[in-house]
Design a protein around this ligand. Structure first.
Ligand code: NAG
Ligand code: NAG
Ligand code: NAG
Ligand code: NAG
Ligand code: NAG
Length: 946
């Protein structure tokens, strides 16, 4: 017992020492050479975003040791100055930093309105042409590990006299950075669930030196990891120890999740280790790497391990400890046993005896914080009949991040972001506009209430050199009372929308260059005494509303997608009508002329030979047999009915008969047959044979038992189990590969021209193949385009550019494929029902612009998907459906990117994680241990037989 007390006293001392200089480790980085590498994306293949603060704007490199790509921070922040540290012996990412001599709060934002995000998708929002609100890196609802690194290195020659500043995460205090040694680097980590499509990190000057930062790392975490971190709670790392490691620390690639693991040496501990791999349970919530679990500590001459710590002065003290435990000695067949109890502040933490499993990583953790206490202790105490002392392999300690400040109203934040971009305002406008109240943006007044988000009530941009029109986004500040835009160079008209600001009391537009008339509803508000309207000094403005001769300049309206759809549909319908009439006329003529001319026997002679060589020719009689006299109809295509049949050897086939009233002519039917004879790919429906008799034209294909993708998404198969996200992704990849083959593998290349979910068929195992080549056209690859005045295809899937220009290219298929991909993501048809003909691509864009993928994803997926993967796919789809064909990717790129998405999804699944599991865990644990919310993984997942 004496030993235990000694251990306790020393552990307190040690932890407190650690607390002072939390997260520093001596710099042991070997000199690594930075290799400049062009990075097309901010995140690398691992989904890591690694920002090296202070390097040349726009530059990037790959760290050869870890293969992690680093990008410049210039795209994430507008303020601060770059500085170098005069030491070559550092890891490149620590050799530069960004310092913030000006301003109290300076913020980095990941994921919103920054230059690198712009090329991704351009939203043509009415109020801000080309302005992009996108979240390619940060996805709302996803979990991340966010890390900030600081190495002072005496870059300013001041030797860091009392250098300390605060770090904020969004609107809340995260941690303080206090530089005690200029050669140490300090690490701050948090595990957080993004509640918006962006994250922001702010450095706050506390009057004790110039804040600086060396690097920021963002690492995606699967949603089930660290279950105590959720939408309402971010966890701040206190420390993370790999026990039994002599010295130094580990991170990526030793830990694939790139967590920092430090060492902790203590004389009362015995270091034990194994060379065997310690495995994670399939549903492991922490995924501690084997290398960390392979080392452990046991007490020397004692039967208990004791860890104690004190609360942090003046901070939120909600602690979340996590113990990682595995047996690393093979006790099987020996008389040895290791069993212990775990107590927290003297209370039995685990309701059960801990018997570590040999080479399996186990964890003891809570979903609720420890009750607050003047001091904390955790002890692992061996049972009296246990022959071995307790063992501990790793230990993590987190605190809850403060959440007392509430971010501003989302609509106000969006509107402020637009205004900042629109007028290119260079003030210290960073982070949240209103919150915390100490850092309200210049020119704003906000109201704060206990129950609601802060709102912008006054916007004063008087004498700010604003040019251009008054942006309509001003009208989004629904709580705005005072708007002062006086003494700028604003031109154009006063937007009518300003009258929607129901709380507006003052509108000051004095001293601008506005023209046109004053919106009558604003005048009315002024006449009723609700609004003070100041309009003096606008020479071109006619402000009595009636004597206005200045014709308002008609605004150029962009053709909206519904209009394009109509523009496309009308010619299609007309052309179809023409074709039908021609067809009917020809048919009647053909019949009159008798059988001397056989309009159906139209296979060209040369290809006829080819057909006979490669494919089987059926007689009509045979087809009758095969289909059991055309009994089972599979569907109806543009040509006519498709019947189910069996060949002699039992192989199932689909027989597509050309109906005499078909809207698509013999020519297309034959074209399909011809194309089919020369395309062979596992993602294209195989052609088995054909029938070419008078009055009976038919094509025979392999039978695809699961029907069309469209049926599965919203048709007949609707009642069956919805396709899972993984199945959908595989379908997308298959279809993309089929199209890629048509475009790249065929000579001359083929454009399918009618890619749609109804033309993608599924096999028994849900493999996808493209069907219906009736409209396919070969085109000359030299010019890469082909003029065709016949607009064909299916409304909703038609390339808008093709509709306008009749230029046919592979990119038209890319567009249609993009629409199919959006259907797979959303489960919706290309024209969204319940809207006024809103096209699916536009519908998705509108929602993603709010950073919200959950609004877009098919609810039948029930949240079972990797959110990053879905983001990526939505991104791919929107790139495919870009209005201008040059902006679209080609099918090779699309197929490649989809495969990358699948990797994201696979890693999500391989770890056995999904949302359902998460809720099970929370249920089980909150039921089983109400007071401190205890749970233990093996209890949940591997009930033990005792
Ligand atoms: C930092 O060092 C790099 C390379 O040595 C140099 O190009 C850059 O100008 C330096 N930056 C500053 C702010 O001194
Ligand atoms: C703040 O944290 C508390 C508990 O720590 C939680 O109940 C609450 O929902 C959080 N508030 C917000 C806005 O997330
Ligand atoms: C652990 O905490 C409990 C409650 O605060 C206290 O009674 C007990 O003495 C502590 N144990 C040690 C070894 O410090
Ligand atoms: C030790 O005793 C506990 C009960 O106190 C019992 O559950 C456990 O099985 C025993 N272990 C061994 C190895 O005998
Ligand atoms: C806006 O700011 C200017 C200059 O700071 C000031 O003169 C003016 O009164 C302010 N407007 C309002 C409505 O407060």
């Amino acid at each position: 017992m004496n030993d235990a007390l000694l251990c306790s006293a020393m552990a307190i001392a040690y932890i407190q020492k650690k607390m002072d200089s939390r997260f520093w480790w001596p710099i042991l980085f070997a000199l690594t050479m930075a290799s400049p590498g062009a990075l097309s994306q901010s995140t690398d293949a691992l989904g890591f975003l690694s920002i090296d603060c202070g390097i040349e704007p726009g530059s990037s490199y790959v760290d050869p040791l870890t293969n992690i790509s680093y990008v410049s921070d210039a795209g994430f922040i507008d303020t601060g100055v770059n500085r170098n540290i005069s030491s070559d012996s550092l890891s490149p990412k620590l050799r530069t930093l960004r310092a913030f001599p000006n301003g109290t709060r300076n913020c980095y934002t990941q994921g919103r309105s920054h230059p690198w995000a712009r090329p991704q998708i351009s939203l043509n929002l009415d109020y801000a042409p080309g302005y992009t609100i996108r979240s390619p890196v940060v996805a709302r609802g996803s979990k991340y590990l966010l890390r900030a690194l600081f190495l002072y290195g005496n870059y300013d020659g001041l030797d860091g006299q009392l250098l300390a500043f605060d770090l904020h995460f969004g609107v809340n205090y995260w941690d303080s950075v206090s530089v005690a040694d200029s050669t140490f680097f300090y690490v701050k980590e948090t595990i957080t669930v993004a509640t918006a499509g962006y994250l922001s990190v702010c450095l706050v000057n506390t009057g004790t030196g110039t804040p600086f930062i060396s690097g920021i790392d963002l690492r995606p975490l699967k949603p089930v990891l660290y279950p105590a971190a959720n939408k309402g709670r971010s966890l701040v790392l206190f420390n993370r120890w790999n026990l039994g490691m002599e010295s130094g620390y580990l991170w990526y690639p030793a830990d694939p999740l790139d967590r920092f693991w430090g060492s902790w040496s203590f004389p009362g501990w015995n270091y034990v280790s194994t060379n065997s791999t310690v495995r994670n349970l399939p549903q492991d919530l922490f995924q501690v790497p084997s290398v960390v679990m392979q080392t452990a500590v046991t007490p020397i001459n004692s039967s208990s391990i004791l860890i104690t710590w004190d609360p942090l002065p003046g901070a939120v003290n909600q602690f979340f400890p996590i113990l990682h435990i595995s047996e690393i000695l093979d006790l099987a067949g020996t008389n040895q046993s290791r069993q212990f109890n775990i107590y927290v502040n003297g209370i039995h933490w685990l309701g059960d005896v801990m018997t570590p499993e040999y080479l399996y990583s186990d964890a003891v953790y809570s979903l609720l914080p420890f009750p607050s206490s003047p001091t904390y202790n955790i002890s692992l105490e061996a049972l009296s009949n246990s022959t071995l002392p307790p063992i501990l392999n790793a230990f993590e300690l987190y605190v809850t991040m403060s959440n007392t400040s509430v971010p501003s109203d989302v609509g106000d934040v969006d509107a402020m972001t637009v205004i900042k971009e629109w007028y290119r305002i260079q003030r210290n406008w960073m982070g949240d506009p209103c919150s915390p109240s100490a850092f309200v943006w210049d020119g704003l007044n906000c109201t704060y209430s206990l129950s609601n988000s802060p709102r912008v009530t006054a916007l004063n941009l008087s004498s700010s050199g604003l040019t251009g029109e008054i942006t309509k986004s001003v009208a989004s500040f629904s709580a705005l009372q005072y708007l002062d835009l006086s003494y700028n160079n604003l031109t154009g008209q006063i937007p009518d929308e300003l009258a929607n600001l129901s709380s507006l009391k003052l509108l000051d537009l004095t001293g601008n260059l506005l023209n046109g008339s004053v919106p009558s509803n604003l005048l009315e508000m002024a006449q009723n005494g609700l609004l003070t309207l100041r309009l003096d000094g606008n020479p071109h403005l006619c402000n009595n509303g009636t004597l206005c001769n200045v014709m308002p300049v008609a605004k150029k309206k962009k053709i909206s997608t519904p209009v394009i759809v109509i523009l496309c549909i009308v010619p299609v319908l007309i052309l179809l009508a023409v074709i039908i009439i021609v067809w009917k006329v020809r048919k009647t003529q053909g019949l009159r002329k008798g059988s001397s001319v056989d309009p159906y026997n139209a296979f060209p002679k040369q290809t006829n030979n080819v057909l006979q060589l490669e494919n089987r020719q059926f007689t009509y009689m045979e087809l009758q047999n095969i289909t059991n006299n055309f009994q089972k109809i599979l569907g109806k295509g543009g040509f006519g009915f498709v019947f189910h049949g069996h060949l002699e050897d039992g192989i199932q086939v689909a027989v597509k008969m050309l109906s005499q009233s078909s809207s698509q002519g013999t020519k297309e039917f034959l074209a399909e047959a011809q194309h089919l004879t020369r395309v062979h790919h596992r993602n294209l429906v195989s052609f088995i044979g054909y029938c070419n008799e008078v009055n009976h034209l038919a094509l025979v294909y392999e039978f695809m038992s699961q029907g069309t993708v469209q049926d599965h998404l919203r048709g007949r198969a609707n009642n069956a189990r919805a396709l899972t996200w993984r199945q959908r992704l595989h379908i997308a990849i298959d279809a993309a590969q089929g199209l890629e083959y048509l475009h790249k593998g065929c000579k001359p290349p083929l454009v399918h021209r009618d890619v749609k979910s109804g033309n993608i068929l599924l096999s028994e195992t849900l493999g996808a193949k493209i069907a219906d080549f009736g409209l396919s056209k070969a085109f000359l690859s030299e010019t890469n385009s082909h003029i065709s005045t016949l607009v064909v295809g299916t409304p909703g899937y038609l390339d808008p550019e093709y509709c306008n220009t009749f230029q046919l290219s592979e990119k038209s298929d890319v567009y249609s494929f993009g629409v199919v991909l959006l259907e797979l993501i959303t489960g919706l048809p290309p024209i969204v029902p319940g809207t006024e003909n809103v096209h699916l691509a536009q519908w998705v864009l509108q929602r993603l612009d709010k950073g919200n993928i959950e609004d877009v994803v098919d609810p039948r997926l029930e949240g079972e998907y990797d959110i990053n993967c879905v983001w990526k796919c939505a991104d791919i789809a929107l790139k495919c459906t870009a209005e201008r064909s040059q902006q679209r990717s080609n099918m090779t790129e699309v197929a490649m990117q989809l495969k990358e998405s699948l990797e994201l999804e696979n890693s999500y699944y391989n770890s056995g994680t999904n949302q359902n599991l998460y809720s099970e865990i929370s249920n089980v644990s909150s039921n089983s241990a109400p007071e401190i919310g205890v749970s233990r993984m093996t209890e949940i997942f591997e009930p033990k037989v005792r």
